[in-house]
Design a binder for this molecule. Structure first.
Ligand code: ZN
Length: 286
């Protein structure tokens, strides 16, 4: 079954019309290229306004949208890391103000036992513009006394948490089982550029075991494991993203190759639709 029959249907049901009404123009575009056949939105669910690399590289909303246009990506979920929660909110807010019909913001959770940020996170999520939370174990401990209030809030507000747990399967399992009502999107299917099939297997098994666990496909190089995950977990809990922008070989080629990686999979088209947008839109829709 199609989950949206057209972009207009998506706009009507997704809460996008709530984006300050600014997306009216987007609806018109949707009409113009709506030929009557169902058009599936392509959503990049993992895009950095600011990266966690050594240079803490930043990308403007203009650059991100230019790449999306070149590659054929309808919507992107954007967030900043390597900064405070407050600054991540400002950066995402500015980007989305420029392209309200193309970008969906997440708030970056950088909780610390000395610096609670839960109020700031709650405020922007309740405000409705921000649709999810990004957590990165490289900058924030996944210890219960720090991360649990964030996970509890996400469950309460029904927003997804994209968590990079750096391959720490026991931390992922603890979070998933302690908060069964919280949607956890495990970045990179466990670990960025992981070449250890046994480790990836453990994350797929966790998703099989826990229905609140979703798998993010950015930075996944063991492509056959994606096909296996679709079989074992189902495409309704698997989500494509680029982890871009990435400059090698160039911004557009990188994103295009990441998209092609999914299009080439030997799985049914319906599953590809879920990976490329269906699954994440079900989570960020309100
Ligand atoms: Zn990332």
């Amino acid at each position: 079954m199609p989950w949206f029959t057209s972009r207009r249907e998506f706009l009507r049901t997704s809460g996008y019309l709530g984006f300050g009404g600014v997306v009216a123009g987007w609806g018109e575009t949707a009409d113009a290229d709506d030929t009557g056949s169902r058009k599936k939105l392509v959503v990049d669910s993992h895009v950095h306004l600011k990266h966690g690399d050594a240079a803490k590289t930043e990308y403007t909303a203009e650059v991100i949208v230019r790449v999306m246009d070149a590659v054929g990506i309808d919507l992107s979920i954007v967030f900043a890391m390597s900064t405070t929660t407050r600054r991540s909110i400002e950066m995402a807010r500015e980007a989305v103000a420029q392209y309200p019909d193309r970008l969906i913001p997440y708030v970056y959770a950088l909780p610390h036992y000395q610096r609670p940020v839960i109020k700031e996170i709650e405020e922007v999520l309740v405000g409705g513009l921000f649709k999810g939370i990004k957590i990165h174990a490289g900058e924030c401990t996944l210890a219960d006394y720090v991360i649990d209030p964030v996970l509890e809030l996400a469950g309460h507000l029904r927003v997804p948490c994209l968590v990079d747990c750096l391959g720490n399967i026991s931390a992922a399992r603890r979070m998933a089982t302690t908060f069964p009502g919280t949607w956890l999107i495990i970045a990179h299917m466990g670990r960025y550029l992981c070449t250890d099939p046994k480790l990836v297997d453990q994350f797929i098994a966790l998703a099989e075991e826990c229905e609140n666990v979703f798998l993010d496909l950015s930075g996944v190089v063991l492509v056959d494991k994606i096909e296996e995950a679709v079989q074992r977990v189902g495409s309704r809990r698997i989500i494509w993203g680029t982890d871009g922008p990435h400059p090698k070989p160039d911004l557009v080629t990188f994103a295009r190759e990441e998209l092609e990686k999914i299009r080439r999979l030997e799985i049914p088209e319906e599953d590809k639709d879920n990976l490329l947008g269906g699954t994440i839109l079900r989570l960020v829709r309100k």
